[in-house]
Design a protein around this ligand. Sequence first.
Ligand code: VNL
Length: 392
Amino acid sequence: MKRRQVLKTLLISAALMLPAGAALAADAVKVGLILPMTGPFASTGRQVEAGAKLYMAEHGDEVAGHKIELILRDDTANAEQTRRIAQELVTREKVQVLAGFGHTPLAMAAAPLATQGKVPMIVMAAGTSVITEKSPFIVRSSFTLPQVTEPLAKWAKDNKIEKVVTLVADYAPGLDAEKAFSDTFTKAGGQIVESIRVPLANPDFAPFLQRVRDAKPDAVFSFVPSGVGSALMKQFDDRGLAQAGIRLIATGDVTDDDLLNKMGKAALGTITTHHYSAAHDSPENKAFVKAFEAANGGMRPNFMAVGGYDGMALIYEALKKTGGDAKGEALVNAMKGLSWTSVRGPVSIDPETRDIVQTVYFREVKEQDGQLWNVEFDKVEAVKDPVKAAKK
Ligand code: VNL
């Protein structure tokens, strides 16, 4: 080729490549974050949002050549709103990822839209086992109730608790927790003397706790969603259940780090199992808690914040793996099998169920430096969602 020709070819190819390249760099990956920012689960929305935002502040807003754009929408914890917002985000905003989902009915409402739109849906908060089976595009960064409950049922039987009353919020995750506890505890030889379900919205625990008192169990096992635990704790104290020799054991949702300090001395000694404590002793978690508190006016992160933080980690790592390909199937496939060191400890995404595999910790509420903490004293590693494991 003559020099002039070479130059011309180069100029033409440069002219052809430039707009394409410019378009690629400008092509933002939009993440629609749907959360209850107002209403009864607003504390969950606030925590998840802060967790997601902290991850982006620490890791930058560009991954594999794409800018990451977070679009936050408030569903007020109303499932019809979740569905409508998810639809609008997928069809009009053209988001490539849906994320958030503050409680189970909200995640269930959005699942069909993830499937129809082939859009990955990151469940950062909700914890009912069945959720991930509602769409092949769902990946979960939170936990499942059976996952954290089974170890507690075993612990109870091993620690001289023979008779238990279960007391759970009357909706899907509560029923999951009730079944996981009852099945595991009775199999180990324990006895469930009564199973009580309390309304989800503004429950008055007093009459239910009176029933617990009358049943005279060794312990009451409880699950109530994040944000509700302090009301339960207060009533447990007011009714004098501890003085009557009845222990409170619970999932960590009850001694939620967001509220724990306000619960006061009544919470001391409560044994719980969960996947995250703000007191988790690792350099990653110490840095996380410090940065989170600094960015949020001193608010302590709870497990919801970690669901948001790790949900963003999932999106970032998957995009790196696909080299920036944000198509739904490619992204979900890239998420399967991912593993990393979370602030909660080692985690991975089960490639078969798209649930998170993680350490479950045993904790006791203790006072340290004038504050209340869920202090870990034992653990079970690499716990999968046991409901799905049993189906195989
Ligand atoms: C759910 C599970 C919600 C655990 C929670 O708090 C929670 C849920 C709002 O799946 O609805 O702590």
